[in-house]
Every structure is written in structure tokens, then in C-alpha cells.
Design a protein around this ligand. Structure first.
Ligand code: ZN
Length: 371
């Protein structure tokens, strides 16, 4: 059995002065494999990742590890406690309105000076030095006077400092009501085939404030900057946002399957020795981020969602009915809503009552088979 250690890191204080802490679990490998960082529940209602971390720990303690693995459930101690009635909010900081997963720091500005300094260094030296720079700069941001850092940034920077130590970063989220999908940087497309996830969004080298981007953008920029100077390097870090399904839901059997999917990917990356985990033989569909489109409610009303999530819908098909009972006597109270192009339905809004312009669905369009 592998040892699992726990450290609780402090990421802030709440109004009564009590500390906000996050549990960090660590397992040590023999040091030959890439380091792994996995976190869950940055968005309060997206709880299933905690169950996946539970199932991962249950499996990992019985496997032979080549790598050090850090696992962080309850990554946002404010988010999962942000309740309103029966429901968990926790997508946005309630005070500032900022999305909790848009507060990480972009270190890409460090790249150009680094390349000047390390143009002729060995690959190992570059990797080690650039990692030390990212970890060090993140710590420097945290070490600023406390009055310079807002609540969400302090949580994010603490997590980002842990994530920068790793070669592989997985941020476990869920959609509202959603099919499983994976946010995958374009350069890591080949790795997507090792997750048992049918829907893969391929994302460009653009920083929007999320943990996956904060983890891979500096390394991708580094690879591109070296290429411009005539030196061909691999992108040395892979980071993904794994969308596990729907929010407000713990399903331990499903979590075991999701853990197996992650273990299959980690086997491919040589994190595990003598691992039995293999990817499932499924068809995976890719979609470029620019073709991942929102479908907004064309009118206000009460929605019956009829497109099955993960279903391939055809242009002209009905995807929802909108019920408008205030006009039962004056006009057709049940309005069908159609999609204009072929698409895969990935997720829909969690509530049945919508305003005009509410994001009703998100669809893969111009999708293609990945493998
Ligand atoms: Zn999320």
C-alpha cells in the first residue's frame, strides 16, 4: 500500500477570523515519471470531482507509482459552501461577481527574457529552470502585502503554485446539466484518446484566467518562442479541464469510471507502473473552441429540454419547447425551438425557467471524429 500524506494549506480568513483551508493529499512515486496535480470543486456546485478524487485515491494506493501525485478536493472552500436555499451557487465570487476559475495568473510575459537567457541550455535544464521560475513568481505574488490580493486571487494563487510543480494538471469540473467533455489544448490532441470522454474541445494558446490555461500557456508560449529562435522543443506540460457531467450530483459508480479514465491517461503518460488501465474503444468527437456555440433562449418562458445530451442533432430539429402560459388564449402558448445546423448537444441550462437571452444550450458544431 502506498502512503498518502495530508497537509491542510491556509488560503485565507473569513469574517469571524477563522482560517480557510484546503486539504492537499500527496503520494510519492519512484521519481521516474512526470509529476501530477489533480484538483476538484473550484466551482461550488461541481462536486463530482471530489468523488473522483476519492476513487482515484482508492485505486492509487494499490498501484506502483512512477510519479509524485498531488490531489486537492474542495479546492475552493468558499464555493462549495455558497448555498441559496437547496442549491449550491459557487460559480462566481458573491462579492465581486468574478468567476472563481478566471482568477489565475498568466506568466507568459516571463517567456521572452527566459528564452534569451537559456537559448542553448539542455532540455532538462530548461524544464527545471522554467518550472522554478513559474513556482517562484507565483510565490512572489502571494508574498506581496496582504492588502494587494483579493479573496479569489489568494485561493487561485495558492492552487496555481501547487499546479506549477507538476507536468500534468487536471482540473475537475462539471457542466450545469451536461455530457462529459474535455478541454484539451490543441498540441495535446493525441492524449485526448486516452480519456474515456467522447467529446473533446480543442483550445488555442489563449489565456482566459482558468487553471488549465495558467498551467499550459507559459509552456506553450515557451515552445513557440524557442521555435522562432530555431530551436524545436516539445511543450513540456499537459493540462486539461475535465468536465465530468452535471453539477449538484455525486455518483460514486460513475466516479469510479471517471477515475479509471484518468488512470488510463496516466498510464499512457507513464505515471503508473504495471497498470491495467486502458482507454475504452469509443468514438471521440473533436470541436475547435471557436465552433463551440451557445444557443440563447429566443424568448422568455418555461423550458422543456428535448435534445438528449451527447446526441447528434440535425439542422431543423426541435431542441426544446418553451411554454408561455400568459398567452394561452391569445396565441400559440407552446413554442418549439429549432437548431439551424448539425450539432452535438453538450450541455444545457440547469433551470426550466429562462429569460430571453439565457444560455439555453451549448453545442459542438463543425465537429469531426478524433480517432
Ligand atoms: Zn466549472
Amino acid at each position: 500500500m502506498n502512503q498518502i500524506s495530508q497537509e491542510n494549506i491556509q488560503v485565507g480568513e473569513i469574517a469571524n477570523g477563522l482560517p480557510l483551508t484546503i486539504p492537499v493529499y500527496r503520494m510519492m512515486g519512484n521519481g521516474s515519471g512526470p509529476k501530477v496535480y489533480i484538483q476538484a470543486n473550484m466551482h461550488g456546485a461541481e462536486v463530482q470531482g471530489n468523488a473522483v478524487i476519492y476513487q482515484l485515491l482508492e485505486q492509487l494506493k494499490q498501484l506502483t507509482l512512477a510519479s509524485d501525485i498531488t490531489l486537492v478536493p474542495y479546492a475552493n472552500p468558499i464555493g462549495c459552501n455558497q448555498k441559496s436555499g437547496e442549491f449550491t451557487l459557487g460559480r462566481f465570487d458573491p462579492i465581486t461577481g468574478t468567476n472563481w476559475n478566471r482568477m489565475y495568473h498568466d506568466h507568459s510575459a516571463l517567456v521572452s527574457e527566459f528564452v534569451d537567457k537559456h537559448l542553448h541550455d539542455s532540455l532538462d535544464e530548461i524544464k527545471q529552470q522554467f518550472r522554478a521560475l513559474l513556482v517562484g513568481q507565483t510565490q512572489t505574488l502571494l508574498d506581496r502585502p496582504a492588502h494587494n490580493i483579493n479573496t479569489g486571487q489568494r485561493i487561485a494563487l495558492n492552487l496555481q503554485r501547487l499546479a506549477h510543480e507538476a507536468d500534468i494538471v487536471l482540473d475537475l469540473h462539471t457542466g450545469p446539466i451536461s455530457a462529459k467533455h474535455l478541454y484539451c489544448p490543441e498540441y495535446a490532441k493525441a492524449s485526448a484518446s486516452y480519456f474515456d470522454i467522447e467529446h473533446v474541445l480543442l483550445i488555442p494558446d489563449e489565456f482566459g484566467g482558468a487553471l488549465d490555461e495558467a498551467s499550459f500557456c507559459p509552456w506553450w508560449s515557451l515552445q513557440q518562442a524557442f521555435a522562432k529562435r530555431g530551436r524545436d522543443l516539445p511543450v513540456m506540460v499537459e493540462a486539461f479541464t475535465v468536465e465530468l457531467g452535471s453539477q449538484e450530483r455525486i455518483d460514486l459508480a460513475e466516479a469510479k469510471l471517471d477515475a479509471q479514465s484518468i488512470l488510463s491517461y496516466l498510464t499512457h503518460k507513464e505515471v503508473l507502473l504495471n497498470s491495467p488501465y486502458q482507454p475504452a474503444n469509443i468514438t471521440r468527437y473533436g470541436c475547435m473552441l471557436k465552433d463551440y456555440v451557445a444557443y440563447y433562449a429566443p424568448m422568455g418562458g418555461m423550458v422543456e429540454y428535448t435534445a438528449h445530451l451527447g446526441a447528434h442533432v440535425k439542422a431543423g430539429e426541435t431542441i426544446a419547447h418553451i411554454l408561455r402560459m400568459e398567452r394561452y388564449l391569445s396565441e400559440q402558448p407552446l413554442q418549439p425551438v429549432h437548431i439551424e445546423q448539425d450539432a452535438i448537444a453538450i450541455l444545457h441550462f440547469a433551470s426550466a425557467s429562462v429569460n430571453q437571452g439565457t444560455e439555453l444550450y451549448k453545442f459542438f458544431t463543425n465537429y469531426f471524429e478524433l480517432n
